[in-house]
Write a protein that binds this ligand. Structure first.
Ligand code: ZN
Length: 387
């Protein structure tokens, strides 16, 4: 195994051992900054919180590409699917030492792979520039906005942006999904006259859903396979909880994950109608968070490139959106089109499920080297493509 691969596994384990929740990524950002400064990149820290922007400058005349990784861990009290737990432990020796936080979404791998790509590319002369973005606070969908609000990424005028996300496909594979991606998110507060109205509205809002959360790891896997075919062209996934207004009136909160995002206005209307029928009214605390939409042309081109570079058996083509998770890489894609690809991290032989936000999430570390090679190859190639 090349030295870099060993070092990256060590880095991943170090981050895995010390997971940091959204907004607290100080140590992780420090590790990233240290490695990338040592590799000769121009590193800016504290970008939109603990964000790190590391620019690899090649010779003039080429485009600027963004490669983005996220650094925050999962809040294990709140953001884990309630599956029955298996008793297998895969991170023996480097399990989380932080109560309430764990890398159950694979961001430790994402960060490590980002460092690996930067270090690899720094050793070869390139034309153009790659801006490596290490983002904080992806889980609450805040970090991308915070980093972009500094204007530092836009100042580089990126032409394309790319990212990876761990997924329950076999390690050694990457899935591209041209034109698809992940749903947008809307939060609606329904203020109601009394508790009886809450039950009625909650039931009616649940009925807007077209998909239900998987209840076991087997259902999760079956569901994930369905993104490989065109069975989920539209999806609405409904989450709900209740609270009260300051003056004590009951509130039904409805969270909608929606694909495609063009459905938001109609859904808002439907929910407003439900609220009115129950004698209440709907409030919208903010605009819906946009869906993550991978560019058709660039994702297709990436799939073909990866297929040629890694072998066609390494590339999967997803033809639908996964309905349960949102992703604020969506905002980087608004600045510069491109794609986020699914990096397979599962290993059936050992039982590593590779399923983000499940209590037994485990990733095959061989996927790190694979991700680094795949994306280094893709970025190197894209730098040679003229506008
Ligand atoms: Zn994630």
């Amino acid at each position: 195994m090349p030295i870099l691969d060993d070092e990256l596994i060590e880095l991943r384990r170090q981050i895995h051992r010390h997971p940091e929740l959204a907004g607290e990524e100080r140590q992780t950002a420090g590790l990233v900054a240290e490695q990338l400064r040592a590799a000769g990149l121009d590193v800016t820290t504290g970008v939109g919180g603990h964000g790190v922007l590391a620019v690899l400058d090649g010779s003039a005349g080429g485009p600027t590409l963004v490669y983005r990784a996220d650094m925050d861990a999962v809040d294990t009290e709140r953001a884990v699917l309630p599956f029955p737990r298996a008793d297998r432990v895969f991170d023996d020796g480097f399990a989380s030492r932080v109560p309430g936080a764990a890398h159950l979404c694979g961001h430790d791998l994402h960060t490590t792979i980002g460092v690996g790509i930067a270090r690899t590319l720094a050793q070869t002369p390139v034309r153009g520039r790659v801006a490596f973005v290490f983002q904080p606070a992806e889980e609450p969908l805040q970090g991308a906005r915070a980093m972009l609000d500094t204007g530092l990424v836009q100042r580089l005028a990126p032409r394309e942006s790319y990212a990876l996300h761990c997924a329950p496909f076999p390690a050694g594979t990457i899935a591209v999904s041209p034109g698809y991606g992940l749903p947008g998110l809307d939060h609606i507060r329904i203020v109601l006259p009394d508790d009886d109205a809450v039950a009625g509205v909650t039931g009616a809002a649940a009925a807007l859903g077209t998909v239900e959360y998987p209840r076991s790891i087997d259902e999760y896997h079956t569901r994930f396979q369905s993104v490989m075919n065109a069975s989920l062209q539209e999806s609405v996934c409904v989450g709900q909880w209740t609270d009260r207004t300051a003056d004590g009136r009951p509130v039904a909160n409805v969270l909608l994950r929606v694909w495609p995002q063009e459905r938001f206005p109609a859904l808002r209307e439907q929910v407003s109608l439900l609220a009115a029928e129950a004698g209440g009214h709907a409030e919208f605390p903010g605009d819906p968070f946009p869906a993550m939409v991978n560019a058709v042309d660039l994702s297709t081109a990436a799939g073909h490139h990866l297929s040629a570079a890694l072998g066609p058996e390494s590339v999967l083509w997803a033809r639908a959106s996964w309905p349960y998770n949102c992703e604020d890489f969506a905002l980087f894609l608004h600045e510069a089109p491109g794609g986020q690809f699914y990096l397979g991290v599962a290993d059936a032989a050992t039982g590593m499920n590779g399923a983000p936000h499940t209590p037994d999430f485990a990733a095959d570390e061989r996927a790190i080297a694979h991700g680094v090679r795949a994306m280094t190859s893709l970025l190197t190639h894209r730098l040679t493509v003229r506008d």
